[in-house]
Design a protein. Structure first.
Lengths: 209, 209
DNA sequence: TCCGCTTACGCCCTTCGTAAACATT
DNA sequence: AATGTTTACGAAGGGCGTAAGCGGA
């Protein structure tokens, strides 16, 4: 039901509400100005205008009123503003949490690699350490037999070799065009590497960053 | 830095994270299945798959791991899941608040209209009441002179007439192709209609719903 | 007339569905 | 083989900028 042209209020279905709309509206409400909000967010006025309009459509209520020169929030506008502050704050918290998780990649990292990987691994490991300075790796380059021995004794967080030994129940991830494998005991076996490195990283991305 | 193909982790800039991505991820995490999440949200598997992938790119961390048949959340995945629950819950709260605000359109509504609007207004008013049952309107249909008198005496929340009287300082909104005007004393003057109907509605949309 | 908000239009990017490929059991 | 996930691609929709329109001090 419409009385004045342009006042179509859509009930329900606040499905296509957008985080960007919330960011813009929060800035608009804080500055009480579309122009300053646009400046703060490095956007143009029309972009802000249209997004606030869409937000009003999504909310099903008018949120701002222009009384002469100044801009006021309606009660619904205040409700939306509170929600925006809460939600954007929660997002910032999540950002922090994710950063902390990534920063928490720390501790000792024991690995041994076959000689043929001697020139492949150190640069990768170096880049990984650059991203995660709290990790203290100990890299042993040795022959295949000793790598298998260390693997069998569970002395490494993981090893890197070409052919996986069939007599061991291990988990292997091929990499570098299947020339090499990252080999480790499968988790449940609580390896040090698992405890120290896995938070925030997928198991397959032990060295990925 | 990439070690395994497909594990590109993008740092920072969680700017284009989407509410839809959160809805999908929340459902995926709850069901531990892309398929069931897609069913619940009336989407296809690929849509869910790609959005979760994008969410992981935005988060800068892998969020889900496929261990054989079952699906697990990484620590980062749990953090994101908590945030999704919080944010979607907050949105539901906002929905409730907006509905309540709209329901709070209540109270007496006094208006008088010129005779020529006799056949126009009642259906509009009826539809408005249907949406806002707590409003108790009193409609008076009379001639132009009495409408002006009531307007001058401030006895109505607003009136509807064709030509606005020039001797009164009033606020007029044309509607119905400028044949009729909604006329009221401008706010700051705290009219009953303003108090009873305006919460949740823009001033220009007094009857709009 | 100036300033600020809105509308119009066009481009680009994103999203989703269909279909096919891939993986795991 | 069957179930479940991912990739490819085309169509539809949304976001934003530029430019023009509009409205109040």
């Amino acid at each position: 039901m419409i009385l004045f042209p342009g006042y179509t209020l859509v009930y329900g279905s606040r499905m296509h509400l957008t985080l960007q709309q919330m960011r813009l509206f929060e800035a608009v409400a804080r500055h009480r100005s579309f122009t300053r909000a646009a400046q703060e967010l490095h956007l143009t006025q029309p972009a802000v205008s249209i997004q606030v309009k869409r937000l009003e459509e999504n909310a099903g209520s008018i949120l701002v009123e222009h009384m002469g020169k100044r801009l006021f929030l309606t009660p619904a506008g205040h409700a939306v503003y509170e929600a925006c502050v809460d939600i954007l704050g929660r997002l910032r918290l999540l950002d922090q949490a994710l950063d902390d998780l990534r920063a928490d990649v720390r501790g000792p990292l024991e690995l041994s690699v076959v000689t043929s990987a001697k020139y492949i691994i150190p640069p990768l490991l170096g880049a990984f350490i650059a991203d995660h300075p709290a990790v203290t790796p100990r890299l042993i380059v040795t022959n295949r037999a000793r790598v298998i021995e260390r693997l069998a004794d569970n002395r490494d967080d993981f090893v890197i070799m070409g052919q996986i030994p069939p007599e061991l129940e291990v988990e292997a991830h091929p990499f570098l065009d299947n020339l090499l494998m990252i080999v480790a005991h499968p988790p449940p076996s609580s390896r040090r590497a698992a405890r120290s490195c896995r938070p925030g990283l997928g198991r397959g991305a032990l060295l990925g960053a």
